[in-house]
Design a protein around this ligand. Structure first.
Ligand SMILES: CC(C)(COP(=O)(O)OP(=O)(O)OC[C@H]1O[C@@H](n2cnc3c(N)ncnc32)[C@H](O)[C@@H]1OP(=O)(O)O)[C@@H](O)C(=O)NCCC(=O)NCCS
Length: 160
């Protein structure tokens, strides 16, 4: 695995989370451009005004300080829900690993660590949404996420 160190995600990482959101949306094929994501509120709100309220996340950097992955949890509302919305008290998890660093355990490391941070903050549950066919779903199951009812069509809603 690429040698990475983890740090908290700050407002200075907004651009990184924008790139991560674009990559996550394009996990299968290049469906959206950066400006389409920017112009679509239900995509943009994954990074816009990050962090707000109790939002938190982690960034993985390689030995040269370049960010290669991130995991972040946002609190959405019933009025402006994310695709994995369960409740305003349940943060929704997003995760991204740079294409050149996938399949080396960095995503798993981030999931373990962010779950620990969440527990230490007294977060009772975390949700996420993963599109049908995304192999990431196996990783989430390995880290304790379980299918939950009422997901967006074409996506699996999961909860830890
Ligand atoms: C999903 C993702 C965060 C996982 O991070 P990772 O560092 O590659 O994951 P790990 O190396 O810890 O674990 C490997 C697991 O990740 C999943 N995975 C998803 N895409 C993968 C890829 N391109 N390469 C390797 N593993 C991938 C698989 O479930 C794999 O487990 P498996 O071997 O049992 O199938 C990362 O691959 C990624 O950013 N993918 C593209 C964007 C995306 O799909 N984001 C999630 C949206 S819900």
């Amino acid at each position: 695995m690429t040698n990475v160190s983890l740090r908290g995600a700050t407002a200075a990482d907004r651009g990184l989370l924008a790139r991560a959101t674009l990559d996550d949306l394009n996990w299968k094929s290049p469906r959206f451009t950066r400006s389409e994501v920017e112009d679509t509120p239900q995509f943009r709100h994954y990074y816009d005004e990050w962090p707000t309220g109790e939002d938190f996340g982690l960034v993985a950097e390689d030995t040269t300080g370049v960010a290669v992955a991130a995991v972040w949890l946002r609190y959405f509302t019933a009025d402006g829900p994310g695709y994995g919305f369960v409740a305003a008290t349940t943060p929704e998890l997003s995760i991204w690993v740079d294409a050149e660093h996938r399949g080396q355990g960095i995503g798993g490391l981030l999931l373990r660590q962010v779950a620990e941070v969440a527990r230490s903050r007294g977060v009772a549950a975390i949700s996420l949404s993963v599109e049908d066919g995304n192999p990431g779903a196996r990783l989430y199951v390995r880290h304790g996420f379980r299918p939950a009812p009422n997901g967006t069509p074409g996506c699996l809603l999961m909860q830890l």
